[in-house]
Design a protein around this ligand. Structure first.
Ligand code: NDP
Ligand code: HEM
Length: 486
């Protein structure tokens, strides 16, 4: 026999097809509490979408450590042989909750590892760098990606106006407009922690680190034309591909690698190793194999497990820490703040966000406090106390982070070369990749005022003369083709 239907208060329901009405033709009676409960719940089914990265796809998985980086870190999750349950959410940055999947955009690559020492979140992208290097610029940048306040349309003018006035964006813009700016599905792209983080060991030594996740499915990308036809057929190509592959037991995998820099090297590199618009060249800091990430289980309920996921770069575990990267500090504030608004004060008690290790703190009450007294002792509700409440553990203290300098609004553009690394990337591209780069940029610039286009092309010239010339030629060719067609 089927489970008996009840109201949310547990009362058995006799009729779930017909409202309570005065006579067969109505009207409905206000005392139909069953109808009222149903309509009221429906009115509350939506929560705010993420302010960025609203459209996403996720799955559960496992991180297995096969390498040995124990001399750099005491983190249990990174010790040889460790196997840790995790959950991942991929996303696009700009699109809203219902946006089409196959759009040219940077992809989010956010991971939560449920370690025995608390949750470690690595909230990265499919690119190793970012558009800006100062968190004060992030809200402005995002404005240019979202809708224009009057037209309510996306604005290529705003995007290229901002980028052409922000040369630090050149590296990321080049990746975005290259083949890797439009992967076929989440399995076919790399993930990067992007920021410089730190690892620290039991002897109190600190090392700077970059995290990389290399797709073991290889890279696959759509051209703009292919993506147009995909979106014409389905807006959900990523969800279909990721959910489908896991459902049929073909589990996507990534090779986890780190680049490690001795603490003192940071003073010597030609570039600022804490600048999020830069990579560390592999020849200087070769990637070290650490392990394998495998996605092996779909969520049973998308809303509960993927939409309610709350990642934060502030979720560290002993052995892994921050770095002086200014963007990272901005993010360490922003995410937990966003979750308290989007999901509520106790978002970390939701099953998908809850650590899988004992939790013992003195935070109290607030809306929806449905879990037990977390100190495990009703008399130990402040600290210090004489009732055996949770106490600090100095053995997990992070080594001191050296800092110096006068507090000022330092010009982040001074002394930073914005052209060397985009040039290295441009020179990696073969002729076909360059042609597609030029063509993608020309497509993305359609309708942008000539002055802004020229300002951006002058930046491309400084990366490489062939870059500026190639974009100008692609724009001219598209304008010629359009004139011939009109
Ligand atoms: P390397 O030749 O050692 O590394 C090149 C890297 O570029 C590889 O990791 C490769 O990724 C990646 N790559 C190849 N094609 C593209 C593309 N179309 N878009 C983005 N990345 C691509 O050189 P360097 O370490 O000196 O780096 C040179 C440039 O490569 C950098 O300026 C940066 O733009 C880019 N890059 C560098 C990374 C790094 O951590 N050093 C990471 C990613 C990109 P894969 O291994 O997957 O083929
Ligand atoms: C999502 C802020 C830079 C990757 C978000 C969210 C906020 C935010 C508020 C929504 C969180 C939520 O509601 O759950 C910022 C700020 C930044 C910044 C202030 C700069 C100062 C970056 C960078 C990366 C990144 C540099 C990658 C390297 C992501 C990802 C998500 C996200 C992947 C989606 C996480 C998920 O799947 O839930 N960001 N962000 N962000 N951000 Fe950022």
């Amino acid at each position: 026999m089927a489970t008996r239907l009840t109201t949310s208060a547990g009362s058995p329901v006799a009729d779930n097809q017909n409202s309570l009405t005065a006579g067969p033709r109505g009207p409905v009676l206000l005392q139909d509490w069953q109808l009222i409960e149903k309509l009221a719940h429906q009115n509350r089914e939506r929560i705010p979408e993420r302010v960025v990265h609203a459209k996403g796809w996720g799955a559960h998985g496992t991180l297995t450590i096969t390498g040995d980086i124990s001399k750099y870190t005491r983190a249990k999750v990174l010790q040889p042989g460790a196997k840790t349950d995790m959950i991942i959410r991929f996303s696009t940055v700009a699109g809203e909750l219902g946006a089409a999947d196959a759009e040219r955009d940077v992809r989010g690559f956010a991971m939560k590892f449920y370690t025995e020492e608390g949750n470690w979140d690595l909230v990265g992208n499919n690119t190793p760098v970012f558009f800006v290097r100062d968190p004060l610029k992030f809200p402005d940048f995002i404005r240019t990606q979202k809708r224009h306040p009057k037209t309510n349309l996306r604005s290529p003018t705003a995007m290229w106006d901002f980028w052409s006035l922000s040369p630090e964006s050149l590296h990321q813009v080049t990746i975005l407009m290259s083949d890797r700016g439009l992967p076929v599905a989440p399995m076919f792209m790399n993930g990067y922690g992007s920021h410089t983080y730190s690892l620290w060991n039991d002897s109190g030594e600190r090392f700077w680190v970059k995290f990389h996740f290399k797709s073991m499915q290889g890279h696959r990308h759509h051209t703009n034309a292919e993506a147009q036809s995909v979106v014409g057929k389905t807006r959900e190509s990523y969800q279909e591909a990721l959910f489908g592959t896991i459902e049929k037991g073909s589990f996507p995998k990534w090779k986890m690698q780190v680049q490690v820099m001795p603490e003192a090297d940071a003073e010597k590199t030609a570039y600022n190793p804490f600048d999020l618009t830069k990579v560390w060249p592999h020849k200087d800091y070769p990637p070290i194999d650490v392990g394998t990430l495998e996605l092996n289980r779909n969520a049973d309920n998308y809303f509960a497990e993927i939409e309610q996921l709350a990642f934060s770069p502030s979720n560290f575990v002993p052995g892994i820490g921050a770095s002086p990267d200014k963007m990272l500090q901005g993010r360490i504030f922003a995410y937990a703040d966003a979750h308290r608004y989007r999901l509520g004060t106790h978002y970390e008690a939701l099953p998908v966000n809850a650590p899988r290790c004992p939790v013992a703190h003195y935070h109290k009450d607030g809306a929806m406090r449905f879990f037990r007294n977390d100190t495990g002792n009703p008399d130990a509700y402040y600290e210090p106390n004489s009732f055996g409440g949770p106490a600090q553990d100095p053995s997990v203290a992070e080594p001191p982070l050296k800092m110096s300098g006068d507090a000022a609004r330092w010009d982040h553009r001074e002394g930073n070369d914005d052209f060397v690394q985009p040039r290295a990337l441009f020179l990696l591209f073969d002729a076909g990749q360059k042609a597609r780069l030029f063509s993608n940029i020309a497509d993305a610039m359609a309708g942008v005022p000539a002055g802004i286009v020229e300002r951006q092309c002058r930046l491309f010239d400084q990366v490489h003369p062939d870059y500026g010339a190639g974009v100008r030629a692609a724009i001219a060719a598209k304008a010629g083709a359009k004139a011939a067609a009109d």
